[in-house]
Write a protein that binds this ligand. Structure first.
Ligand code: GCB
Length: 615
């Protein structure tokens, strides 16, 4: 009875599933090291605004004239000149480059938001007794996947990978892969239909056909925990997954062996004192090899500790200040397609690391590409990672919570070998309410259950309050109890009535025993718009806003990091000022094409001094 009474009534969090239920059926975490067939390239597409291809009304849409996923050579059918006819032909559709968002590819698709069908034909070698999978790195937002006319799976969530087994459907020779992509967001999607970034519908990251042995390594992870020991987990799948010897080799420095249990799982706990630690200054990565049952997976992994002590963040046991910036997933250029090649990510990270003198990046507001996160490991940038539990969410709905937890699990399983990732965030700017706090609390518990080695944070809202006659900025949010690192977004001097002159004197009252990050602050400026007095949207205003906000930040004693909003101007359909914005959020320190604004220099000087004072 007590348990029943204590259960918060009407709270989605009360029915949160356990971490293990959230593990996807297949992960193929070592996918990048396997032989695979990259299905990038030219695909055909067909718009389907009324979703006819999915919701065929029997008898009405006679003989499925509109079902794009059928394994059908329409031209050959037409040549036979029967009474049948079709109102699609995926073989003769227009072409589009995959990966990439349709919004950037075709002018008439700029603001298309709905269902689009994509098709790619490919040849595959004959089956060899092993297994075959399709691994999608990201499809935004829902995917309906068909191979050779058969549905092989669905996925919801625009930024996380999913793996579908095709062993029994794949043909030796010609294959027809059809993917329905629905970009529509609603009140129960994550994020919902209101955000401050572009729609970017499509197959936005690579798709690969991967073959494995009949019993194979599905998951292989290794990470350093706070006490310096290296813990790991390997999971096999297949008939012979139980009782196998698994070997892990970390470069030439350490090897360890363990046996899989009945479920195919082996765990490692390795003392490796000779390992060189990974850090932004010295991003050392080891070649790691996992072997079991004749299968091998390789990865490049760095080892470091991350912890909080009092109000300090400790990297490898030493206090660190996070000199960061926020980033959306968009390449430089006037018409980004959200196609993050290594080159595109490298260009952005070079601006952060060698331009701004940064050591940290907030990858907002969703998991960025695997390419990007791997590059952070290689170049030495600490990472804040988040899923788009952003602004409004249907907090009371258990199905929505389940989606959020699953998305978070997919992210953590994907990235837990990345030393760069130190912070998992459970939300951004969500208005405080009991249901919302329970939802985020369940997310924080989920993170700790899957990955107890990293820190938990969330980007919170601040409030202004009068205390003893003083105007103070405070965090009034019960979620702070669930977080290792407090983070707040603050826009005084941009939104609201504060003048820039007033900013340095604003008083902050925040918990003394916890590190604090300013996860966002920023102001719009149109690159090249200058010398018009201290007006909003000028480069001078943005630069002065940065000077004054940094002066304010310096007076917060527990401040341990910054990720101002944002490195680069980014597309946002809600920003429609016809002179300054035209569909772009202009808070970038550089323009969309990479032209540095005056404020870029202000933040660079600040970080250069910070780097000196903590060296
Ligand atoms: C915020 C949001 C971010 C917006 C930004 C803005 O607080 O977290 O997604 O783009 O403000 O520019 O207003």
């Amino acid at each position: 009875l007590l348990a029943v009474l204590l259960c918060p009534i009407g709270s989605a969090a009360a029915s949160a599933p356990a971490a293990d239920d959230l593990r996807p059926r297949f992960l193929l975490t070592g996918a990048q090291s396997r032989d695979s067939q990259d299905l990038s390239g030219q695909w055909t597409y067909s718009k389907d605004l009324y979703r006819t291809g999915l919701t065929d009304i029997n008898g009405w849409v006679a003989k499925s004239r509109m079902q794009r996923y059928r394994d059908l050579d329409v031209a050959a059918e037409e040549a036979r000149a029967t009474t049948d006819f079709y109102e699609f032909d995926m073989d003769r559709g227009p072409l589009v480059a995959i990966p990439g968002a349709w919004n950037a590819a075709v002018p008439e698709m700029r603001y298309y938001d709905g269902l689009v069908w994509f098709q790619r034909r490919f040849k595959a070698p004959a089956p060899d007794g092993g297994r075959a999978f399709l691994r999608f790195e990201a499809v935004n937002y829902k995917a309906y996947v068909y191979l050779n006319g058969k549905e092989i799976g669905r996925h919801e969530g625009g930024f996380t990978p999913f793996v579908l087994e095709v062993t029994d459907v794949l043909r030796g020779g010609d294959n027809r892969l059809t993917v329905g992509v629905d970009s529509t967001h609603d009140a129960q999607s994550i994020p919902t239909f209101i955000t401050d970034w572009d729609l970017y519908g499509g197959i936005t990251r690579p798709v690969r056909l991967i073959r494995t042995p009949a019993t194979f390594i599905d998951d292989a992870m290794l990470t350093m925990q706070a006490d310096g020991r290296i813990v790991g987990e390997v999971r096999l799948q297949g008939d012979k997954a139980a009782g196998q010897a698994v070997t892990v080799a970390i470069g030439a420095v350490a090897t360890a062996t363990a046996k899989t249990d009945a479920g195919g799982r082996a765990v490692f706990d390795i003392a490796a004192p000779r390992l060189e630690r990974w850090s932004p200054d010295s991003p050392k990565l080891y070649d790691v090899r996992f072997t079991a049952a004749g299968d091998t997976v390789r990865d490049r992994i760095g080892f470091r500790t991350i912890a909080v002590k009092g109000n300090q963040i400790l990297l490898n046991g030493k206090p660190i200040f996070l000199r960061g910036i926020s980033l959306h997933e968009e390449e430089f250029g006037p018409n980004p397609a959200r196609n993050m090649t290594e080159q595109a990510s490298r260009a952005l990270f070079t601006e952060i690391k060698h331009g701004l003198q940064g050591n940290y990046v907030r990858l907002s507001h969703y998991p960025h590409s695997e390419t990007t996160v791997r590059l952070a490991d290689e170049m030495g940038l600490l990472v804040w990672s988040e899923i788009p539990v952003y602004w409004t969410v249907d907090w009371e709905n258990p199905a929505v919570l389940r989606k959020a937890l699953a998305m978070q699990a997919e992210t953590i399983y994907r990235d837990r070998n990345r030393a760069a990732v130190v912070l998992w965030s459970v939300g951004n700017e969500t208005p405080v309410s009991p249901a919302r706090t329970a939802f985020h609390g369940a997310m924080a518990d989920n993170v700790r259950a899957i990955d107890p080695t990293r820190l938990v944070s969330a980007a919170l809202l601040v409030e202004r309050s009068k205390e003893n006659g003083e105007d103070v900025t405070v965090i009034k949010d019960p979620l702070v109890d669930k977080l290792d690192v407090l983070a707040v977004n603050t826009y005084a001097g941009w939104y609201g009535n504060d003048t820039l002159d007033a900013l340095p004197a604003l008083k902050w009252r925040v918990p003394a025993d916890r590190p604090l990050i300013l996860s966002e602050f920023g102001a719009d400026a149109l690159a090249g718009y200058r010398n018009d007095g201290m007006k909003k949207f000028t480069e001078e205003y943005q630069a002065q806003y940065y000077r004054q906000t940094l002066a304010m930040a310096d007076r917060i004693p527990t401040l341990r990091g910054l990720s101002p909003w944002i490195l680069k101007d980014f597309r946002s359909p809600r920003r429609e000022h016809p002179v300054f914005q035209n569909g772009w959020n202009r808070k970038g320190l550089v323009s969309e094409t990479g032209v540095r604004k005056e404020a870029f220099g202000v933040l660079t000087d600040y970080y250069r001094n910070r780097a000196k004072s903590t060296a």
